[in-house]
Design a protein around this ligand. Structure first.
Ligand code: SF4
Ligand code: SF4
Ligand code: SF4
Ligand code: FES
Length: 895
C-alpha cells in the first residue's frame, strides 16, 4: 500500500492510509493528550481533548479519529489548539467535583494530569455540579458518576475487550451515564467483574471497592499473576508491605495486554490476610507451637535423615507446589534426588492434565500448548471440547469471544453442560457425559475422508495414519450418535466444517483432562490437529487449558517422579549420568511415586516422611477423608505454606512461606512462556521465600552448594535444562521468553513445529473402546459434574481474599425439574447425593438448562463434593485423578 506523507509539527512523516494523526504522532514520539482514546478500543472521538490544527485547511481535527491525508500540515501545539484544548478540559472540570485530594485515583487520574499539563489552575467557568451518589455496586467495583467525563471507555472495554455487554449509555444530555440495562445490579447481569472497565476509566468514576486505603501506593511492582496458568502481567501497587491495588501491566507483548480477570484484579488481598503464617510451628504435646527457624529446620533435617537411615530413601517423598517458582521446584526435586536419593517427588500439576498431555506427546512428541494463546484470536474456526475457558483460563475465554464477535470466527462447542459460551457458538453439540472420545474418533473418521492423509507425512506417519483409519472405521456417524447422543448429521457437518477450516484452534480443558480416558483424548486431539495440518503455523494449534498456576514450570523443573529437569526420562542412564555430573552425585535409577501414589503409600505404611510444599492434598485430592487418614499414618509430615491449611494443621512441623509478591523468581505459563515474579516487599513476620527455606534445609542435609539466591539457581537451570538455556535473567528482565529457547541470542519459539510436522512417536495408535451407548446403573442413575469457579484459584489462596469471598458463592447443585419432580425435590430444597457409601447433603436449584440425568455442582465443587470421589478413581499409569464426574443417586432430604 502506498504511504501517505504529511507534515507533522514541521517534520515530514509517512504512514499507511488508515493511520490516524494520533497514531502517526505516537510513532514519531510526539505527545498529543487524549482522554477517550485507547489503542485497544474502537476510537470514538468523544472528548475532543486530542484536537490538532491542519494549518493548510485551518480546521481543528480530533486526531484520534482522523486518518492522515495527503497535503496535511498538522500542528499539535498551535496557540489555537492549546486554547481550545484548555476550554474543552475546563468544561470537563466545571462539572467535576473538587475532590482530588481524597479521590482513590490520586495521581493516576488522566483528567487531572492533562489539566496540569495544560496549566489549568482554577476553572473560569461556572461550576455545573452533577450529583450522583457513590455506590459500591458489588464487592468489587465502586461507582462515583459525579467524576464521569462520559468518555465511553468503560463501555467500549466491556464490549470490545471483555465482550460481555453488561453496560451501555443510559439516558440523554446531562443525565447520560454508563449503566446496566434498567440500572440492574452488575451481579444480576452477565458481568464477570473482570474490572477492565475500571482500569480503562481515566478518572475516579470507577474504582475498586476493595482498595484498602485511599492513599496512592508508594510503589508499583511489575510481576506475574500466579492465580491461574495464563500468567498475566500485573502492576502490584503497595505501601508499607500491603497490597493496595492491582492493574494490568498494559504491555502488548504480554498475554493479557490490558485485561485481567476478577481474581487477578481483586483477589490479591490474600497477601494481606490475617491468616498468613508468620512463624515456624512444631507439634509439641499434640499442639502446633511457635518455634524458632533453627529449631524447626534442625528437626526437619534430622527426622528426614533418620527415616532415610532406618527405612531407606524410598520411605521419603515430597510434593512440590505449582504455586511456587521454577527455582523452588528445581531445588525441591534436587533435594529429593540428590539429598534423599529417591525420585519420590511430584507436584499439584499431577492433579490436572498429565494423562491428557501424555497422549498428545505420543503423537507430537510434546504435550504442551503449541501456539501462544493470542493466536486463538486469529483462528477462523474454533473447536472447544470438554473445556470451560471462561473459568479455566479467562484470557483464553476472552479471546474466543473476541475472535467470534469481532473477527467473525466460527465456534463449535462440544460439551455436556452449558458453560457460558453458547451465545457465541455457531454450533453447540451436546454430548453424553464421558463420550468425548467416541465423538473425536468419529470426527477423525469423517475428516479422514475429507482430508485424506496428511500431505507432508513421511512413510512411517502415513502408515500410522492408515492404522488409525482402521481403528476409527467402526465410528460411523450413526454409531457416534448412539454413543454420544449427537445426531449423525451434525457429526458429518462438523467434520466437513473443521476439515475445511483455513485455521483451526482446538481448545480443551479439565472436563477432558479429569475424565476417564484422558490419555486417549490426548492422542485423538493431536491426531486431529496433525491430520488437518493445524499445527506449526500461526492462528491455529492445540490449546490445553487444564493446567493451572505454575504447573508447566513445576513439570519443566522435574518436580515429577519419572522425569528429570527438561523432561528427561529418569530411566535413561545417559541422562542420569549427565545430571549426575552437574550435581556431583550418582542419581537414583528407580522411578518414583507420583502424588496420589505417595498418599496411598502413606496409607499402606510404605511412606514414612512427607514434605509438602505449598500443596494442600486434604482439600485438593479426591477422597479428602482418605487422604487425612493416610497422612495421619506418616511418621513425620512437614508442610511449608503461606496459610495453616487443612493439611498444615495435620503436620508435625509447619514452615511459613512467602507469597509470590514477597520473592524473586520465574514462572512458566501454560503457553510455555517464562516470566519473572518480582519481590515487592518483605514477607510478614518470620515467613521466608520457599527457595530460602529449601536452601537452608539442603545445607543442613549436608548438600553444600555455591547457590545462594534465585539468580544462582536460575543460572544452574540455564545450564541443566536445554530448553531454558537461552532464557537468561538478563533476557527475562527485558521480556518474557517462550521455551524452547536454546540460545541467549534467540527470542524463543512461540509456535512449535514450524520447521516440519512432528514425527509420530509411537508405532501403533492405541486401541479405541467400541462406540456404544453408556450404561447407567439403576442405583446411581445421575452424573454429578463438577465445575470450576472464576472466583477460586487452584492453590486455595482465593479463600483468603476478603474481596473474593464477599461474593459468597452458594454451594449447590442444579438439576432438571423433570428429574426432580418424581423425587419430591423442590427448588431451593435439600438433597442427599450419594456415590455408594459416600454422601453429601446440598441445596438444589432447579433449572431447565440442566440436561436430564445430570447434576451440575455449581461452585466450590472440589471442596464441597470431592468427598464423593476416592483415591482409586484415577488413571494409574499417569497418576491422574478422574475428578470431573461421578455417578450418583439423589433423593430429597429434610436436613
Ligand atoms: S467488570 Fe468487566 S464484564 Fe463487568 S462491566 Fe466491567 S468490563 Fe464489563
Ligand atoms: S465511568 Fe469512567 S470510563 Fe466510563 S464513561 Fe465515565 S469516565 Fe469514562
Ligand atoms: S487469574 Fe489468570 S486470567 Fe486472572 S489475572 Fe491472574 S493470570 Fe490473568
Ligand atoms: S481522545 Fe480524541 S476525541 Fe477523545
Amino acid at each position: 500500500v502506498e504511504q501517505i506523507t504529511i507534515i507533522l509539527d514541521g517534520i515530514e512523516a509517512s504512514g499507511h492510509p488508515e493511520t490516524t494523526i494520533l497514531q502517526l504522532a505516537e510513532e514519531m514520539g510526539i505527545a498529543i493528550p487524549s482522554m477517550c482514546y485507547d489503542s485497544h478500543l474502537t476510537p470514538l472521538g468523544a472528548c475532543r481533548v486530542c484536537l490538532v490544527e491542519d494549518e493548510n485547511s485551518g480546521r481543528l481535527l480530533a486526531s484520534c479519529v482522523t486518518p492522515i491525508a495527503a497535503g496535511m500540515n498538522i500542528n499539535t501545539k498551535s496557540a489555537r489548539v492549546l486554547e481550545t484544548r484548555r476550554n474543552v478540559v475546563e468544561l470537563m472540570l466545571a462539572s467535576h467535583p473538587d475532590s482530588c485530594i481524597v479521590c482513590d485515583e490520586g495521581n493516576r487520574c488522566k483528567l487531572r494530569q492533562i489539566a496540569t499539563d495544560l496549566g489549568i489552575g482554577l476553572v473560569s467557568f461556572e461550576k455545573i455540579p452533577i450529583y450522583h451518589e457513590v455506590v459500591d455496586l458489588n464487592p468489587f467495583i465502586r461507582r462515583d458518576l459525579s467524576k464521569c467525563v462520559k468518555c465511553g471507555r468503560c463501555i467500549r472495554a466491556d464490549q470490545d475487550i471483555a465482550v460481555v455487554g453488561a453496560i451501555d449509555y443510559t439516558d440523554r444530555g446531562f443525565e447520560s451515564r454508563p449503566a446496566t440495562f434498567c440500572d440492574a445490579p452488575l451481579e444480576k447481569t452477565e458481568c464477570n467483574f473482570c474490572g477492565i472497565c475500571v482500569s480503562m476509566c481515566p478518572t475516579g468514576a470507577l474504582s475498586a471497592s476493595s482498595r484498602v486505603s485511599t492513599l496512592t501506593g508508594d510503589r508499583a511492582t511489575r510481576t506475574t499473576c500466579p492465580l491461574c496458568a495464563a500468567g498475566c502481567q500485573i502492576l502490584l501497587e503497595h505501601r508499607q508491605g500491603r497490597v493496595l491495588g492491582v492493574s494490568p501491566a498494559k504491555d502488548d507483548r504480554s498475554v493479557n495486554h490490558v485485561s485481567l480477570c476478577v481474581k487477578g484484579h481483586y483477589g490479591m488481598d490474600f497477601i494481606n490476610s490475617e491468616g498468613r503464617l508468620t512463624t515456624p510451628l512444631i507439634r509439641k504435646n499434640g499442639e502446633l507451637t511457635a518455634a524458632a527457624w533453627d529449631e524447626a529446620l534442625e528437626l526437619v533435617a534430622s527426622r528426614f535423615d533418620e527415616i532415610k537411615k532406618n527405612k531407606g530413601p524410598g520411605a521419603l517423598g515430597a510434593i512440590g507446589a505449582s504455586s511456587c517458582t521454577n527455582e523452588e521446584n528445581y531445588l525441591l526435586q534436587k533435594l529429593v534426588r540428590v539429598g534423599w536419593g529417591c525420585n519420590n517427588v511430584d507436584s499439584g500439576a499431577r492433579l490436572r492434565g498429565c494423562a491428557l498431555s501424555a497422549g498428545i506427546a505420543e503423537v507430537l512428541g510434546a504435550g504442551e500448548m503449541t501456539n501462544p494463546i493470542s493466536h486463538i484470536r486469529d483462528a477462523d474456526e474454533i473447536l472447544v471440547i470438554g473445556a470451560d475457558p471462561l473459568n479455566e483460563n479467562p484470557i483464553a475465554g476472552q479471546l474466543i469471544k473476541q475472535a467470534v464477535k469481532l473477527s467473525g470466527a466460527r465456534l463449535t462447542l462440544v460439551n455436556s453442560i452449558d458453560q457460558g459460551l453458547t451465545a457465541f457458538a455457531d454450533a453447540r453439540l451436546c454430548l453424553r457425559p464421558g463420550a468425548h472420545n467416541a465423538f473425536l474418533a468419529g470426527l477423525i473418521r469423517e475428516i479422514m475422508d475429507v482430508c485424506k492423509l496428511p500431505r507432508e507425512s513421511n512413510d512411517d506417519d502415513v502408515a500410522w495414519f492408515a492404522k488409525m483409519r482402521e481403528k476409527v472405521e467402526v465410528f460411523t456417524p450413526e454409531k457416534v450418535e448412539e454413543a454420544t447422543g449427537i445426531p449423525a448429521k451434525l457429526v458429518k457437518k462438523t467434520a466437513e466444517r473443521l476439515g475445511n477450516a483455513k485455521s483451526l484452534a482446538i481448545i480443551f480443558g479439565a472436563d477432558l483432562a479429569c475424565e476417564k480416558g484422558a490419555r486417549l483424548s490426548g492422542v485423538l486431539l493431536a491426531t486431529l490437529a496433525r491430520l488437518t495440518g493445524h499445527i506449526g503455523k500461526a492462528g491455529c494449534g492445540l490449546f490445553p487449558l487444564a493446567s493451572s498456576l505454575n504447573d508447566q514450570g513445576a513439570l519443566d523443573m522435574g518436580a515429577q517422579p519419572g522425569k528429570l529437569p527438561g523432561w528427561h526420562d529418569v530411566d535413561d542412564s545417559e541422562v542420569r549420568e549427565a545430571f549426575g555430573k552437574i550435581w556431583d552425585t550418582a542419581l537414583p535409577e528407580k522411578n518414583g511415586l507420583d502424588y496420589l501414589s505417595m498418599i496411598e503409600a502413606a496409607r499402606a505404611g510404605d511412606l514414612a516422611g512427607l514434605y509438602v510444599v505449598g500443596e494442600n492434598p486434604v482439600s485438593d485430592c479426591p477422597g479428602g477423608q482418605e487422604v487425612k487418614i493416610a497422612l495421619s499414618k506418616l511418621d513425620f509430615l512437614v508442610v511449608q505454606d503461606r496459610f495453616l491449611t487443612e493439611t498444615a494443621s495435620l503436620a508435625d512441623v509447619v514452615l511459613p512461606s512467602a507469597t509470590f509478591a514477597e520473592k524473586d523468581g520465574s514462572m512458566t505459563s501454560v503457553e510455555r512462556r517464562i516470566q519473572l515474579v518480582r519481590k515487592a516487599f518483605e514477607p510478614p513476620g518470620q515467613a521466608r521465600p520457599d527457595w530460602e527455606i529449601l536452601l537452608d534445609l539442603m545445607r543442613r542435609l549436608g548438600l553444600e552448594s555455591s547457590i545462594k539466591n534465585p539468580v544462582d539457581i536460575f543460572s544452574e537451570i540455564n545450564k541443566a535444562v536445554a530448553m531454558y538455556r537461552g532464557a537468561t535473567l538478563k533476557n527475562l528482565r527485558r521480556e518474557s521468553v517462550f521455551w524452547p529457547c536454546v540460545s541467549p541470542d534467540e527470542p524463543g519459539v512461540e509456535v512449535l513445529y514450524t520447521d516440519s510436522p512432528p514425527r509420530i512417536c509411537v508405532d501403533e495408535p492405541p486401541d479405541l473402546p467400541a462406540p456404544t451407548a453408556p450404561e447407567y446403573s439403576q442405583a446411581r442413575p445421575f452424573s454429578l459434574i463438577l465445575t470450576q469457579s472464576l472466583f477460586q484459584s487452584a492453590d486455595g489462596a482465593s479463600a483468603y481474599s476478603k474481596t473474593l469471598t464477599k461474593l459468597n458463592e452458594a454451594v449447590r447443585v442444579s438439576m432438571n425439574p423433570v428429574d426432580a419432580a418424581p423425587r419430591g425435590i423442590a427448588d431451593g430444597g435439600m438433597a442427599l447425593i450419594a456415590s455408594g457409601s459416600l454422601k453429601v447433603r446440598t441445596t438444589v436449584a432447579l433449572s431447565e438448562d440442566t440436561p436430564r440425568g445430570i447434576l451440575v455442582a455449581e461452585s466450590g465443587s472440589f471442596k464441597a463434593f470431592g468427598s464423593l470421589f476416592t483415591l482409586a478413581d484415577r488413571d494409574r499409569e499417569h497418576g491422574a485423578p478422574c475428578f470431573y464426574r461421578v455417578a450418583v443417586s439423589v433423593e430429597a432430604t429434610d436436613v
